[in-house]
Ligand binder design. Structure first.
Ligand code: PAF
Length: 275
């Protein structure tokens, strides 16, 4: 594996599969890399903790970092390139394009973390320009991010294939996340209720269309576990907005705070599944 600080060596490649990350690699990232390997393309894993997507300075400082371990993991997985740029390569003083994530980018996760998705789109766009990947892999745990990146690819008419990888979970359902490393054992246990709340909503939707009642049931589960809920929403997957009569693809999104750590998750299902 080659470790790169710039993309000079990648200039002549048009066969790159990019896996963008902010490091602190875990089994969820490893599954993204395995997915990347299935493409048969040259694999670039980028590691860059993107300050622009943190609206809270302390959150940026606290974000887990373990570059030595990350490099070892990538070496063991035999990826072709680890792209570990410095700030100036990504955001040169000479200027770069700042992107705006629009109406959807200001809702849900974006409403609690103002500017977060602008920062995500700005870095992803920079990575696309610098690396010019054939294919990119994103996990579906960050479902709003995925929605906005798909939109970015369409709006900018990038000739980039996007592959989604399903969320990896522990045996008890907790979605794998770099942020889990910031939780105590009790916090991890508490966090299992996030997926339980999502399943509860999905199961209740099979029986009833009383969304307020369903919402209350999920909320009381979280309250009884002393979990601070930020949002819990049922959305149309194709518009990332509240469902209309003709909606068929749904997503339930959730964000909570446990021990000061913000955790998100979601589940998707089709209309037929709630009939
Ligand atoms: O999902 C992430 O880890 C980050 O938002 C990403 C896509 C690497 C951009 O910094």
């Amino acid at each position: 594996m080659k470790i790169l600080k710039t993309t000079n060596l990648l200039k002549n490649h048009n066969d790159i599969c990019l896996v963008p990350t902010m490091g602190a690699l875990h089994d969820g990232h490893i599954s993204l890399i395995h997915k990347a390997k299935e493409t048969g393309l040259k694999i670039v894993v980028s590691i860059f903790v993107n300050k622009l997507q943190f609206n809270d300075e302390q959150d940026f400082i606290n974000y887990p970092r373990d570059i030595e371990k990350d490099i070892k993991i990538l070496n063991d997985l035999d990826v072709d390139f680890a792209f570990i740029p410095d700030e100036e390569t990504i955001y040169p003083k000479s200027g770069f394009e700042n992107l705006y994530s629009g109406n959807i980018g200001n809702k849900y996760e974006g409403s609690s973390r103002p500017g977060h998705f602008d920062g995500v789109l700005t870095i992803v766009n920079r990575l696309f320009q610098l690396i010019r990947p054939h294919t990119v892999i994103f996990g579906s745990k960050d479902i709003q991010q995925l929605f906005l990146i798909k939109k970015l690819i369409l709006n900018k008419k990038y000739d980039i294939r996007i592959i989604e990888q399903n969320t990896k979970r522990t045996k008890t359902g907790l979605a794998l996340s770099s942020r889990n490393k910031l939780l105590t054992k009790e916090g991890m246990k508490k966090a299992e209720n996030i997926f339980k709340a999502l399943l509860l909503v999905q199961n209740e939707l099979e029986k009833s269309t009383d969304l307020i009642d369903i919402d209350n049931k999920a909320k009381s589960l979280l309250v009884s576990e002393n979990i601070q809920l930020d949002y819990l929403e049922i959305l149309d997957m194709n518009t990332f907005s509240p469902p209309k009569g003709d909606s068929k693809d749904f997503v339930i999104i959730i964000a909570v705070v446990i021990e000061g750590v913000r955790l998100i998750d979601n589940i998707r299902f089709k209309y037929e599944e709630i009939k």
